[in-house]
Design a protein around this ligand. Structure first.
Ligand code: GLN
Ligand code: ZN
Length: 756
């Protein structure tokens, strides 16, 4: 029974790739140095996998920036603004496509399925031609073979490549390009054929609701690929969900094996015999590539045996559910983690060893010591008082439906809030954070290292809060914020203060390019031992007579940006977090705070990939938000905020959250969002962001007035707020002040007009 991983993290245990890339971009090292680091990392990661007992090691999964951009380069799909495509896409052009330059904007980035990894979006236009434009994959295969690695070449499938791109000309049909793209793929496969035993073609779109245009092109495309690949075996890799109705399509493809995500969709194993043709093997993705928990050996072995009974052991392979890109590299490096918690976890390296353990056990060569250790870890996890707390369980069990409902309907609340807050028409506000200056970061670094005492740090932060309040008063904003200087990350800040969370030292996961995140780990029942933000917010409110908006991160976002325990449904964990946030909301209200914002930027991205599963998700997600938000009086105004996702299709669910005010990012699309508001309506107050916070560009008063006028065509003036797209933490002060000055001026100008 062959074992394999679908891909391995690229960034390096000590983020070597990040450091090399960023030095290269700054010009302090040369291209050759980056390539040397990359080669070194590949070799190290191949060895590590082989040493752990992985049979087929992925080659081609490595990338200097992103694997979709690698495919763009491979087929020569260079957007026109970067000039005529050269015969070979070199590193300099590759980096320009990823990051842009003075003359050409970077290619767009978006989330890879429902992960927090961002890929570069291919751009398609009429008349594009394709030709093989990199040798990277072949070079890496040779590199691996020279190192004695049993290489499995990994290529992003052509259908997924086309599906994930965007048509940059209106009315253009991307599928007309398939023929040309396949021409390059044929060359690639033919060249790999003599060199590797297996070629893995990633087609994760097979786990989506696919348009017919994509579905019907699989069979003819794969017939061509099959013919080109000669004697090499083809593995069609699917992940992030079950095949569902696409199973029949897959059964008709001329591939030697299909990889299934048996973590997300274990039910697929039961009915394999019904559709998998005898000529095809199955690769069971049983070790979770999306989370940091140990596999649970016994039920997983049952699943494997179920497949063996149907197909025979010779037709079964074992793999990770998806690429290990989404988990950190090595748990052994986490020397600071509590030993019990660590015994529940597995990072990429440990997951490779799990594959070996499972394959050996399934073939009757079980390493009993390993199996026993696995059982012991799970037993400890199931019974540990740190994971299961009776007080939290009892509180969740006692939740009643009325706790998720505000006392009065919106109209009534709005009157009570207006009487208390006395805001002008088109009230102005911001999303929460103000520039995280080098001074703020330096203070935090000194405090973390122990060079600054808690009291000194708190005093320094209070100084920043005073400054932010003074500046907002000068700008004449209506609803102020404290600026969030004390938070380095909006989820980490709360996780650090909640029970049930722990943090790794080195658990970095690539987010995009050289950027990494270190998600908190939710290992146990979540509870709030004490108020988390009240002192800061109370202090900020004491500095001003204007209403100050208390800032919280919502339960769905805390869940979405963490590694979440897998021993209970996500919805249960979310409800526990919601109760903790609810307590914080009520404490803020009791401290005299009249406006409270509960941010939910990850609300949309938590939605399942299949539309049929949406109602289930949105019901519990909306409910968790409402549970957090509904424990306050009518007079207390609840805001929420969302950004950088597709809201149009989920507006009814957003409306169901029943926040008094929502601010939404909208400016990059010139308020396209408004057409969805026109279609679905939106019952409560709304602030569509009027300027993009990603660039230092200062929007003029004129252009802001223009955007607001457009918003007023759809949203009545009594319900329209004026705010930027998102938080301002990555900006600098000069442009922040200039932009907000224009924003306030634009609001005032329109107020004057509306009054007349
Ligand atoms: N309140 C947060 C901030 O302003 C919201 C950030 C976000 O939406 N990602 O930084
Ligand atoms: Zn935002």
């Amino acid at each position: 029974m062959l074992t394999h991983t679908l891909g391995f993290p690229r960034i390096g245990l000590n983020r070597e790739l990040k450091k090399a890339l960023e030095s290269f971009w700054k010009g302090s090292i040369g291209e050759g140095d980056v390539e040397a680091t990359a080669r070194d990392l590949r070799l190290r990661h191949w060895r590590l996998q082989t040493d752990a007992g992985v049979d087929l090691v992925p080659v081609g999964d490595f990338s200097l920036y992103d694997h979709v951009l690698d495919t763009v380069a491979m087929v020569g799909a260079v957007p026109e603004r970067f000039g005529a495509p050269p015969a070979l896409v070199d590193t300099s052009l590759y980096v320009r496509m990823a990051r842009g330059d003075r003359d050409a904007a970077a290619m767009e980035m978006t989330k890879w399925f429902d992960t927090n990894y961002h890929y570069i979006v291919p751009e398609f236009r009429s008349g594009m031609t394709f030709r093989l434009s990199t040798t990277r994959l072949f070079d890496e295969v040779e590199e691996a073979l020279a190192a004695g690695v049993r290489a499995k070449a990994v290529v992003l499938g052509p259908l997924t490549f086309l599906h994930l791109g965007k048509e940059v000309e209106p009315g253009f049909d991307r599928w007309t390009l398939l023929d040309g793209v396949l021409g390059v793929y044929e060359q690639v496969l033919a060249r790999l054929a003599g060199r590797v035993e297996w070629i893995q073609l990633d087609e994760p779109i097979l786990a989506l609701d696919l348009p017919a245009a994509a579905r019907e092109r699989f069979a003819p495309a794969y017939a061509r690929l099959r013919a080109a690949a000669g004697g090499a075996r083809l593995m069609l890799a699917t992940y992030f969900g079950g095949l569902g109705e696409n199973a029949r399509l897959v059964a008709g493809l001329p591939v030697d094996a299909v990889h299934l995500d048996c973590v997300r969709a274990p039910g697929q194993v039961g009915g394999l015999n019904a559709w998998l043709p005898p000529r095809m093997s199955v690769s069971l993705g049983v070790v979770n590539g999306r989370n940091i928990w140990r596999v649970e050996a016994d039920p997983t072995l049952d699943l494997i045996r179920q497949a063996i009974e149907q197909l025979g052991a010779s037709r079964v392979m074992l793999g990770t559910s998806c690429s290990l890109l989404h988990v950190p590299i090595d748990l052994d490096a986490e020397t600071g983690l509590d030993a019990e918690l660590r015994s529940w976890m597995a990072f990429a390296k440990q997951k490779c060893a799990e594959l070996r353990m499972l394959a050996d056990a399934a073939e009757g060569r079980a390493d009993l010591a390993l199996l026993e250790a696995n059982r012991a870890a799970w037993a400890s996890r199931r019974s540990s008082p740190r994971a299961v707390r009776a007080d939290v369980r009892a509180r969740v069990a006692a939740i009643t439906p009325d706790m998720s409902r505000r006392a009065s309907p919106f109209e009534q609340r709005k009157r009570a809030q207006q009487a208390a807050l006395k805001l002008p028409l088109l009230p102005t506000t911001t999303i929460g954070s103000f520039p995280q200056t080098p001074e703020i970061r330096a203070a935090r670094a000194r405090w973390r290292s122990g060079a600054m005492s808690d009291a000194e740090y708190a005093e320094a932060m209070r100084g920043f809060v005073r400054e932010v309040i003074r500046r907002q008063e000068e700008l004449d904003l209506d609803v102020l914020v404290h600026g969030e200087p004390e938070r380095s990350d909006m989820v980490e800040y709360f996780g650090e203060q909640l029970d049930g969370f722990c943090f790794t030292r080195n658990g970095w996961v690539q987010s995009y390019g050289s950027r990494c995140v270190k998600p908190p780990v939710i290992y146990g029942d979540v509870a709030r031992p004490r108020p988390m933000t009240v002192e800061w917010i109370r202090y900020a409110q004491a500095q001003t007579s204007r209403p100050l908006k208390g800032m919280l991160t919502g339960p769905v976002t805390i869940l979405g940006w963490s590694f979440v325990r897998d021993d209970q449904p996500r919805s249960d964990t979310c409800r526990q977090i919601a109760l903790a946030i609810r307590d914080e909301v009520q404490d803020l209200e009791a401290a005299g705070i009249r406006v409270i914002q509960i941010d939910e930027p990850a609300f949309r991205e938590g939605a399942p990939l299949r539309a049929s599963e949406w109602p289930g998700y949105f019901q519990w997600a909306v409910d968790a938000f409402r549970l957090a938000a509904s424990g306050v009086r009518d007079e207390t105004q609840i805001h929420t905020h969302m950004c950088y996702s597709e809201f149009n299709e989920i507006l009814p669910w957003i409306a169901a959250m029943d926040a008094d005010v929502i601010s939404l990012e909208a400016s990059r699309s010139r308020m396209e969002l408004l057409s969805a508001f026109r279609r679905h309506g939106y019952p409560n107050d709304v602030g569509p962001g009027v300027y993009d916070i990603h660039s230092p560009r200062v929007p003029s008063e004129e252009e802001l007035v223009d955007l607001l006028r457009r918003a007023l065509e759809v949203i009545p003036a009594e319900r329209l707020w004026v705010n930027p797209d998102c938080g301002l933490k990555t900006r600098e002060w000069p442009e922040t002040l200039a932009s907000l000055r224009n924003m306030v001026a634009a609001a005032k100008r329109l107020r004057g007009e509306l009054a007349r």
